[in-house]
Ligand binder design. Structure first.
Ligand code: AQP
Length: 334
């Protein structure tokens, strides 16, 4: 009998082209953790509509993101790769968890505050209750580990709080998930405002590196990256956020330490740091981009991955959902 592995759940919103931040904060770690865990990697499309989407681009963004998942090395045979909207249990559990969540705790969420500022004309209830749906995503599968970037820490904490709250009343229903952040790059910063997170939806496209950016665009974005008026290359997030961000990217994509790069580039100036980061990133992305374009053309294959992922996730979602309904006293369906 094969030993049961601990469970990972994580997802990305197909709300646009995926970024280097999505890669370093999430995808890279999914790939490295997938040998030791049973994983559910979702395209969290229900979360995506908390901000208005153009239906046609939304659908195409879902396939783009799926092809990226596969191109970076996620194995869809061993693990579940699926669209959140294909598994109704996510919204079923989310409704129940709504009834165990408090307005006060949700209104403290940084992402809600940030996104409300960005979408002043559409501060919808979904934006507010986003962490509850995310808690449902996680708790539905008995998840043990949630690999995400630092910006999602608060949301995983809410999922833990809800699980503990529910278990305290009804007994051991949910596993208590742990958060996982990469040791380096848990929050990649904007290239234009390095005190702000690098984001898919930044109005300034120079601020963000997209995984499918062309080499010349990557080089130009790094050349224009904001640093500081000093000249010394050293890692100091508080006083030199721009330089520290570039060193982080350089270290992550070359699999070398920040210290090694700082020593190697000593006395070189920021120009050299920028071109070294751009050139190494371009080479790092090249094979992934090639795989992406091959996969993206194969609609039949992409659909087959989604079909198989959904069937397995629907199946896996039933056990805990049934348990929740049962402990709450709902009459089982006949
Ligand atoms: N800058 C980042 N550094 C490290 N990790 C990041 N993540 C996102 N940005 C960074 C991680 O990527 C995963 C998926 O995030 P998401 O797309 O579901 O939501 P988000 O955090 O809101 O990402 P964006 O890029 O900022 O999207 P938009 O612009 O649509 O709001 C998560 O694990 C996240 O931590």
């Amino acid at each position: 009998m094969t030993e049961k592995k601990p469970i990972i759940f994580s997802g990305i919103q197909p709300s646009g082209n995926l970024t280097l931040g999505n890669y370093v904060g999430a995808l890279k770690n999914w790939v490295s953790l997938q040998d030791k865990y049973d994983c559910l990697f979702s395209l969290v499309d229900l979360h995506t509509i908390t901000v208005r989407q153009d239906p046609k681009s939304f659908r195409s963004n879902c396939y783009d993101a799926l092809a990226i998942y596969l191109a970076v090395g996620i194995d869809p045979i061993r693990h579940n790769v699926f669209l959140q909207s294909h598994v109704p249990a996510h919204t079923q559990l989310a409704w129940i968890l709504n009834c165990y969540s408090y307005m006060g705790e949700l209104s403290r969420m940084t992402q809600f505050k940030d996104k409300s500022k960005k979408n002043e004309t559409n501060i919808n209830v979904g934006l507010f209750s986003y962490p509850i749906l995310m808690a449902a995503d996680i708790l539905l599968y008995g998840t043990n580990l949630v690999p995400v970037g630092a910006d999602q820490k608060q949301h995983v904490e809410i999922a833990r709080d809800l699980a503990l709250r529910f278990n305290n009343i009804y007994g051991q229903v949910f596993a208590i998930p742990e958060v996982y952040h990469p040791p380096l790059g848990a929050r990649l910063m904007s290239l234009q405002e390095p005190t702000k997170k690098m984001s898919k939806s930044d109005d300034n496209s120079s601020a963000t590196i997209f995984l499918l950016d062309k080499p010349e665009d990557i080089l130009n974005k790094f050349k224009r990256a904001v640093t500081d008026s000093d000249t010394e290359i050293c890692f100091d997030i508080k006083n030199k956020p721009g330089v520290s961000n570039l060193l982080t990217i350089l270290a992550v994509v070359t699999d070398r330490s920040v210290e090694e790069w700082t020593t190697q580039l000593q006395g070189s100036g920021y120009g050299k740091l920028k071109t070294a980061t751009a050139e190494n990133l371009i080479e790092f992305l090249r094979p992934m981009q090639k795989r992406y374009y091959q996969l993206r053309k194969d609609q039949e294959y992409l659909d087959s991955v989604l079909k198989q992922g959904a069937a397995r996730a629907v199946d896996a979602s039933q056990e805990i959902l049934k348990k929740v309904y049962d402990v709450l006293g709902f009459i089982p369906t006949f």
